[in-house]
Design a protein around this ligand. Structure first.
Ligand SMILES: OC[C@H]1O[C@H](O[C@H]2O[C@H](CO)[C@@H](O)[C@H](O)[C@H]2O)[C@H](O)[C@@H](O)[C@@H]1O
Length: 595
């Protein structure tokens, strides 16, 4: 059986990513893109759905593991009665190929290792045709082909490729699995040690240009590296997570495909990256955005494929038994067809902040934003599915309206500052109408709190965004009341926050879910802004303690079972880890700049 979600480490090549369990098993990998069909899908099913394990014979979990400095090169080490050995896993970025490289390095003694490669294309269903020549194994199934090259002799058994090898101190044995389209010849062999050197240089160059110099630097750096790993280099698109259907409740149905680019998630990601000096990523994302949303503003989607694809039909993979029996396993995402008014605010806010941090003004980009605003002017009064993408009826979610206000506000500010031309009075009037509407319908004066949606008595952790985006000042009594109400009513025993109460019918889904980590980081920011700095720091440090030993977070945390749940690693969790650190440092950060 596959390990816990947090037992996994992430490696990737800026096209796709793999999850590596601490027993040396890669049980999730889609090739060649994040949203391609998986060739290792044991994570969501059984070993027969594909995996690749390299480990000392008879050994279990690695004795220790870490990333090599600030890189995405994962090192796991085993101490065995016969000696110690290291497994180095990585995927070289930008070399024009799609390689998964695994190098075994003897540290002491003499250790025998076993490799079992069980390729199953099409999400664990399709057994490839395998052809073995000296030093090379070719696996082909439909459009996909891979080539395995290794110093270790391989043999076939029970529809898998095996190898046994022994290493002594200082000896290395490498395995390189390369993907290529099946109608093309395989790529030329590469030198794995050279690839290791290039990959280390790539990531250390990238991480050394980070400008963050505040507290919790190690956690911030690992989060930024994880966010970078979720970018699709050829287009600049950013996925929400590299996985699908890791459950929000163990054994439950809240299982979604996150291998797509949400405008909301990627806008937040950009905010964290650009503040940390990564202007190039911001430019690439803006260009991706303009291509993706190009055309009629009425056709704006809330999410796209990594190359801007619009159709992401959702369906279930009936042959997979699900992570710890959590069914269904879904690919595609029906949320792509929803109305989520908040995305207008997130786009306008991120582009404004990009300009403030060195992204040059471009009239084409501004013209698209003006089109979006005109469209928003027509639609902001409609009920929508909101940022939580509810599958129940549309509502007038307060967070959606607040973000519509953000869109108008950022337009006003941009024009007022002389950065762009435009009808400032029109957007001022829109901004004022939305503000008044939210105060009238979205605030409950009896309880002194904003509410989840107009007319509701329920709360929602997205209300914590109100002070963060500057809708009202943090010392406004309505803000303090809202922060306190959310902290009290949506808090679990440990202080983590639920995004809303799933037992109250609003999301149209059965069952409950874990505490939402991003929302708990937002609570950190809101507490800090409302003067409860000590409490904010304590909560932040508690959140940091929930990261796995490699610094990675899933979307949610199951407080009862003390386990991570939901897709992994999740950009939405790592983004506010970064922004909250900025807020608590003396450096101007994403949250401070907005409020
Ligand atoms: O809660 C139901 C919805 O859950 C997913 O959406 C969540 O993930 C998105 C990506 O991180 C995030 O933008 C959104 O705010 C979250 O609620 C799922 O993708 C949806 O299909 C589903 O309806």
């Amino acid at each position: 059986m596959t390990g816990r979600i947090e037992d996994h480490g992430l490696i990737g090549d800026l096209h796709t990513a793999a999850l590596v369990d601490r027993d040396g098993t890669i049980d999730w990998l889609c090739l060649p893109r994040f949203d391609s069909a998986a060739c290792f899908a044991a994570l969501l099913g059984e070993p027969r759905n594909g995996f690749w394990q390299i480990a000392p014979t008879g050994a279990g979990r690695a004795t220790r593991r870490r990333y090599r400095r600030d890189t995405l090169i994962l090192e796991q080490e085993w101490d065995t009665p016969d000696g110690s050995v290291r497994l180095i896993d990585f995927m070289p970025p930008s070399n024009g190929f799609h390689d998964l490289v695994r190098i075994v390095e003897g540290l002491s003694g003499r250790v025998t290792l076993h490799s079992e490669l069980r390729l199953r294309f099409d999400y664990g269903r399709s057994v490839p045709w395998v052809h073995r020549t000296r030093g090379t194994v070719a696996g082909i199934a439909g459009p996909d082909a891979v080539t395995l090259r290794s110093d270790a002799p391989t043999y076939g058994r029970f529809l898998a490729t095996h190898a046994d090898t022994t290493v002594e101190a200082g000896q290395r044995v490498s395995f390189v699995l390369s993907w290529h389209p099946s109608h093309m010849p395989p790529p030329e062999p590469t030198d794995p040690l050279d690839e290791l050197e290039q990959t280390e240089k790539f990531w250390t160059d990238w991480s050394s240009s980070c400008t963050y110099d505040g507290p919790y630097r190690e956690a911030v750096m690992r989060s930024l590296l994880t966010l970078k790993a979720l970018t699709y280099q050829p287009t600049g698109g950013i996925v929400a997570a590299p996985t699908t259907s890791l459950p929000e409740t163990l054994g439950g149905v809240r299982n979604w495909d996150y291998r797509y680019c949400w405008l909301r998630d990627s806008a937040f990601t950009l905010d964290a990256l650009i503040r940390s000096g990564y202007t190039e990523e911001a430019r690439a994302w803006r260009d991706w955005l303009l291509r993706a949303i190009g055309g009629n503003p009425g056709d704006l989607q809330i999410m796209y494929g990594v190359a801007g694809e619009r159709r992401l039909p959702e369906h279930e993979l009936g042959w997979l038994s699900g992570y710890e029996d959590s069914l269904p396993v879904r690919i595609g995402n029906a949320a792509a067809e929803q109305l989520q008014v908040d995305v207008y605010g997130e786009i306008m806010d991120t582009l404004a902040r990009g300009r403030a941090h060195g992204l040059p003004f471009e009239s084409d980009a501004w013209s698209v934003q003006e089109h979006l605003l005109r469209h928003l002017e027509q639609r902001w009064q409609e009920p929508d599915e909101g940022l939580w993408e509810v599958r129940g009826p549309r509502r007038h979610f307060v967070h959606s309206k607040v973000m519509a206000w953000v869109a108008a506000d950022r337009a006003v500010q941009t024009i007022q500052q002389g950065i762009a031309p435009g009808d400032v009075d029109r957007w001022r009037a829109l901004r004022a109408s939305i503000h008044a509407d939210v105060l009238k319908h979205g605030y409950d004066p009896v309880r002194n709190t904003f509410t989840q949606y107009y007319g509701s008595s329920t709360l929602d952790a997205s209300l914590l965004q109100i002070p963060l985006v500057g809708f009202l000042p943090p010392d406004d009594p309505r803000i303090v009341g809202t922060v306190d109400a959310v902290a009290k009513e949506l808090s679990t025993d440990t202080g983590l926050i639920m995004r809303y109460d799933p037992r109250v019918e609003v999301d149209g889904l059965p069952g409950i879910e874990g505490a939402f980590l991003a929302c708990t980081f937002w609570l950190v920011e809101a507490l800090y802004l409302t003067g409860r700095q000590e409490r904010a720091r304590e909560l932040y440090e508690y959140l940091l303690s929930l990261r796995n030993d490699l610094g990675l977070l899933a979307e949610e945390y199951d407080v009862t079972n003390q386990r991570m749940v939901g897709n992994f690693p999740q950009a939405f969790s790592h983004i506010p880890l970064v922004t909250a650190a900025y807020l608590m440092s003396d450096m101007p950060g994403p949250a401070t700049g907005r409020a």
